[in-house]
Design a protein around this ligand. Structure first.
Ligand code: NAD
Length: 384
C-alpha cells in the first residue's frame, strides 16, 4: 500500500501533510511512503530529510497522485496549471485525507464521490477526548491565535507591557479578544505573556473560567437563549441577542488598543460583532485583527487578505495564518493526520471501519456517495 504526501499548489499554502519524523514512524510500521519532490520545501523540510526518514521521492507528480492508495494533503484539492483538477488525478477507490472545507464548498464532495474517492475531512474530526490527537482544527487554530497577537503587536504604535522608566511610565496596552475558543484562548495567553491587560468575550458561558484562569477579565452577556450546540460549538444567535451583545461589547471595543476577533459558527458565515460605528469610536492607531476574515469577517470593515486603515484604525484580515508558521503547523498537522491513519490501517492494509465514531464523522465520501447529511444539505442549497 502506497501512502503519498502531496506538494501543495495553493499559493498561500506553505504547510506539508507529513514531516520527516512522522514519515520515519510510518516506515517503521512497514508502510511505503512517497513524497512529491519539494513537498516540504516551503516548511523547511528538504527532500533529503524525507529520504533519510525512509520516504521515496518522486518528481512525477501525476504518478504520485494516480498511484497513491492514501493521498495526504493540507489544503483542499486545487486546479493545476494545465487545467486539470487534482481530484481528476486521484486513483478511483483511493483515500484522500485533507482539509476539504466540505460545508463551505460542498461541490468538492460531489466531485470526490463521482471519482469513488474515500475522502476524510480534517475539519470533521469530532472534538472529543479520544480524537484530541487528530484535532487539526485545534492545532491550527492555536497557531493562528498566537500569530494574530504578534501581528497586532507589530502594527500597534505602542508598547504592550507596562514600563516604568527614567523617561516616564508607559501604561499597558488594552487587548479585547472576541470569541474565546481555541484561537481566542491562545491569543489571550500570548497577549498576557507580552504584558497586555486582556478582556475576552464569548457567547458560551462555559469559557468564563478558562478566560479567567489565563489572567483575563471575562466580559459576560446573559442571553435568554441556548448558545451552545452539539459538540460544544456556538449556535447562531437571534437578531435580538446579537443586538444585546453588540451593545455590551461596544464600550470594550472603544476602550481597547487592540481587538482580536475569532468568533465562528461552524458551517455559517462568521457572526458580525464589530460594526462600522464601533470602529469609528476607536482611538486612531488602534488595531483590529480579524481571524474570521475568510468566513466573511467578524468586523464590518474587514477585507480578507488585506490590511486597511479605516478612520485611523488598522484592520487586518489575515488568510491562512497557520501557514505563516509552516514548521510547527506542519509538525502538529502531521501528528494529527498520522493519528487518524492509525484508525484506518490494520496490519499494513487499509480498513475503513464506520463503526468507529471518528472515522464515521470524518469520512465525507465513500463508495460514490456523500455520507454526511450537512454536506448533502449544503450541496442542495448551492444547487438551488
Ligand atoms: P470556533 O472556531 O467554531 O469558534 C470560536 C469561538 O467563537 C467559540 O468559542 C464560539 O463560542 C465563539 N463564538 C461564536 N459565535 C459568537 C458570537 N456571536 N459572539 C462571540 N463569540 C462567538 O470554535 P473552536 O475554537 O474551534 O472550538 C469551540 C468548541 O469546541 C469549544 O467548546 C471547545 O471546548 C470545543 N473543543 C473541544 C475539544 C475536545 O474536547 N477535544 C477540542 C477542541 C475544541
Amino acid at each position: 500500500m502506497k501512502i503519498a504526501v502531496a506538494k501543495e499548489i495553493e499559493v498561500c499554502e506553505r504547510r506539508v501533510a507529513l514531516i520527516p519524523d512522522t514519515v520515519a514512524k510510518l516506515v517503521k510500521q512497514g508502510l511505503e511512503v512517497w513524497v512529491e519532490a519539494g513537498a516540504g520545501e516551503k516548511a523547511f523540510f528538504s527532500d533529503a530529510d524525507y529520504e533519510a526518514a525512509g520516504a521515496k521521492i518522486s518528481h512525477d507528480s501525476a504518478q504520485v497522485w494516480s498511484e497513491a492508495d492514501i493521498l495526504l494533503k493540507v489544503s483542499p484539492p486545487q486546479t493545476r496549471e494545465d487545467g486539470r483538477t487534482e481530484i481528476e488525478l486521484l486513483k478511483s477507490g483511493s483515500v484522500l485525507i485533507s482539509f476539504l472545507n466540505p460545508l463551505g464548498n460542498p461541490v468538492i464532495a460531489q466531485q470526490l464521490a463521482n471519482r469513488q474517492i474515500t475522502a476524510l475531512s480534517m475539519e470533521l474530526i469530532p472534538r472529543t477526548t479520544r480524537a484530541q490527537s487528530m484535532d487539526a482544527l485545534s492545532s491550527q487554530a492555536s497557531l493562528a491565535g498566537y500569530k494574530a497577537v504578534l501581528i497586532a503587536a507589530a502594527a500597534l504604535p505602542k508598547y504592550f507591557p507596562m514600563l516604568t522608566t527614567a523617561a516616564g511610565t508607559i501604561p499597558p496596552a488594552k487587548v479585547f479578544i472576541m470569541g474565546a475558543g481555541v484561537a481566542g484562548l491562545q491569543a489571550i495567553a500570548t497577549a498576557r505573556r507580552l504584558g497586555a491587560v486582556v478582556e475576552a468575550f464569548d457567547i458560551r458561558p462555559a469559557v468564563k473560567e478558562e478566560v479567567q484562569s489565563l489572567g483575563a477579565k471575562f466580559v459576560e452577556v446573559k442571553l435568554e437563549e441556548e448558545t451552545v450546540a452539539a459538540g460544544g460549538y456556538a449556535k447562531e444567535i437571534s437578531e435580538d441577542s446579537k443586538k444585546r451583545t453588540q451593545e455590551l461589547v461596544a464600550s470594550h471595543v472603544k476602550n481597547s488598543d487592540i481587538v482580536i476577533t475569532t468568533a465562528q459558527v461552524p458551517g455559517r458565515q462568521a457572526p458580525r460583532l464589530v460594526t462600522e460605528e464601533m470602529v469609528a469610536q476607536m482611538k486612531p492607531g488602534s488595531v483590529i485583527v480579524d481571524l474570521a476574515a475568510e468566513q466573511g469577517g467578524n468586523c464590518a470593515c474587514t477585507e480578507a487578505g488585506k490590511d486597511i486603515v479605516w478612520n485611523g484604525v488598522t484592520i487586518i484580515g489575515p488568510i491562512n495564518l497557520p501557514s505563516s508558521m509552516p514548521v510547527h503547523a506542519s509538525q502538529l498537522y502531521a501528528k494529527n493526520i498520522t493519528s487518524l491513519m492509525q484508525l484506518l490501517i490494520k496490519d499494513k492494509a487499509l480498513e475503513i471501519n464506520f463503526s468507529d465514531d471518528i472515522v464515521d464523522a470524518a469520512c465525507v465520501t465513500h463508495g460514490g456517495e456523500i455520507r454526511n447529511q450537512r454536506v448533502k444539505d449544503a450541496l442542495q442549497a448551492v444547487a438551488v
